[in-house]
Write a protein that binds this ligand. Structure first.
Ligand code: HAM
Length: 553
């Protein structure tokens, strides 16, 4: 295989003519050996290239440009090969190459106003909703006596690279920094949390019960509810080996669902245990070392036909009889069938039974569904695993988690029991929006203060300052405007009051206060403004709006 050497060509007519000629020349020379052409920022195989030439010639506007350096050319070739393997990460690459218009925009010298593909801007109105969601999550975590923590979004690549064939490793946003270190944007929080716990292990009081809202980055193929960055609510418990920890975490998840207005008819939580697979593998003498990779493959069976991963199973040295037995066990959907499949003495089965009993005590049992097919795609889980899903089956997993008692060992530390979950913002917002459960949140403006004349701005400033000191959210009009405009503006912003600083009122040491809801106007002494408003006022700041909506649910 060899590449066609083509110089980067401009977009002038002459250049286009030249590129057209070059393409025709390639066809005439029956060039079938070229590996990839880079045109309009896309990659084509030789066959695609030949079939694509017809329309391109008709349009006469294509641009051939190789990658700008040998290095990037190599990179593109590699990712194109990976795409052929059909993994989710590489499918994302293929999707990107197919759809990307960025290079074209760059060439035209225009700034692309969209955020990078798969990422989001949060304009203030979006931010209000995001804060509302985070505040609900935070409240639930605090109600369960968890403490908030954070870690850098950029971590050492090693922290995330595992050899079990997980999607999350294939989807890593990784690169070399200016100091030559391999780094990655975190795809999940758990490894960072493990690093933090390991670093201070001797000083930490167990159990550690921590929560966070990390932004996570995955080079995903984008589908409904799946993006390249998302926020996750994480709650984890370290130092507890019993299912009491799992039960407490599921309590937090179901408390959130209830507070936000969802019911057990809308959402369920599938629960299983990797302990079931561990017991089956042990009974069949499959070495422990194959456990994680086997779980990752069994998880893939949910999405892919057996033939698609048969090669991986064989590479792992799993005999067909083992695979058949595993598939048989994961069919179980209730306790009697699971007992039949793995025997009444199973420890994993006893733990699952215990968890369901605790769920009854907490009063969230109706949300749980025993489903042995839930294995989860992350390599580090060792015991109970769970995943929340919408009962209509339209969305991808709402949240997921499980027990990972051996993660510290993989980092060279001493094992420490741990369990936790990650709950993304994207899928839940889709669900809440579809059910009309997202409140419309206003800016929460208590008052707009405005001076009718520039000379009165000083008095307006004093009025605004005293109201802010009294705890109100106050917008001070910064440019001279007509009263009509200011009132309209206050209406747009949803202000409760407008404080009008006019020459007539000021002459009498007063201001005029208009109640926007009723239209009533009051002349209030400047000296009494703060106490007058505080006495008549119910604050509508965003914090109190969030608190109201949290309390209502
Ligand atoms: P995960 O299943 O990979 O687990 O992700 C947890 C949740 O994050 C998913 O259920 C989904 O809500 C959300 N999520 C994941 N990827 C995306 C994406 N590309 N776009 C939008 N949302 C997404 C973990 O990350 C584990 N670290 C969770 C955990 C914490 N286990 C123990 N502690």
């Amino acid at each position: 295989m060899r590449s066609i050497g083509a110089k980067r060509l401009g977009s002038s007519t002459r250049t286009q003519d030249f590129t057209t000629l070059l393409a025709v020349f390639c066809v005439l020379m029956k060039v079938t050996t070229c590996r990839a052409w880079h045109y309009s920022g896309r990659i084509a195989t030789s066959r695609q290239m030949l079939s694509g030439i017809g329309p391109l010639l008709r349009r006469k506007s294509f641009i051939i440009h190789p990658a700008t350096s040998t290095k990037s050319r190599q990179h593109i070739s590699i990712t194109a090969n990976a795409a052929a393997e059909g993994s989710r990460g590489s499918a994302a690459v293929a999707q990107d190459l197919k759809n990307s218009r960025e290079t074209q925009k760059e060439r035209q010298g225009k700034l692309d106003l969209n955020p990078p593909r798969g990422t989001r801007d949060f304009y203030p109105e979006d931010m209000r909703t995001r804060s509302w969601l985070f505040e609900l999550w935070r409240q639930v975590a605090r109600d369960h006596a968890f403490e908030e923590y954070d870690a850098p979004v950029l971590e050492s690549e090693d922290l995330f690279v595992r050899k079990a064939g997980e999607e999350v490793t294939e989807q890593l946003y990784n690169f070399e920094d200016k100091g030559g270190r391999r780094v990655a944007l975190r795809p999940e929080m758990t490894p960072s949390l493990a690093r933090m716990v390991m670093a201070k292990r001797n000083g930490l009081v167990m159990p550690v019960k921590w929560f966070s809202f990390p932004q996570c980055w995955r080079y995903e193929r984008m589908t409904r509810g799946r993006r390249r960055e998302h926020y996750q609510w994480n709650m984890d418990v370290w130092g507890v080996s019993g299912v009491e920890a799992e039960a407490e975490l599921l309590s937090a998840i179901t408390t959130f669902f209830k507070r936000v207005g969802l019911t057990a008819e809308d959402v369920g939580i599938k629960v299983s245990s990797r302990g079931v697979l561990a017991e089956v593998l042990a009974a069949l003498d499959v070495p422990d070392a194959k456990f994680s990779a086997t779980c990752v493959l069994v998880d893939k069976l949910e999405k892919l036909p057996l033939e698609a991963i048969q090669g991986d199973l064989t590479a792992l040295g799993l005999e067909e009889s083992v695979v058949r037995r595993l598939l048989d066990v994961v069919q179980s959907r209730d306790f009697p069938s699971l007992e039949t499949a793995i025997g009444a003495k199973s420890t994993a089965l006893a733990q699952l039974r215990q968890l369901f009993e605790y769920a009854r005590a907490y009063n969230f049992e109706e949300w749980l569904v025993l489903d042995a097919s839930v294995v989860r795609g992350l390599a580090y889980y060792t015991g109970i695993v769970f995943e929340a899903f919408d009962r209509k089956g339209e969305l991808r997993a709402i949240c997921g988690g499980g027990r990972y008692d051996k993660l510290l060992e993989t980092f060279g530390g001493e094992a420490l029991p741990a369990v936790g979950f990650g709950f993304g913002d994207a899928v839940i917002m889709e669900l809440l929006e579809s059910k009309g459960l997202v409140p419309s949140l206003s800016l929460g403006l208590d008052a707009l203060v405005f001076a009718m004349e520039a000379g009165l701005q000083g008095i307006a400033i004093r009025a605004a300052t005293s109201l802010r000191a009294a705890g109100l959210t106050v917008d001070l009009q910064l440019e001279a405007r007509k009263t009509k405009w200011a009132l309209k503006h206050a209406d747009r912003l949803g202000a409760t009051y407008v404080v009008i600083v006019g020459p007539e009122e000021v002459a009498g040491c007063n201001v005029r206060v208009k109640e926007m809801a009723t239209g009533q106007q009051h002349v209030v002494a400047i000296a009494n403004l703060e106490s007058w408003i505080s006495a008549t006022f119910t604050t509508t700041s965003p914090e109190s709006a969030f608190a109201d909506s949290v309390n209502r649910s």
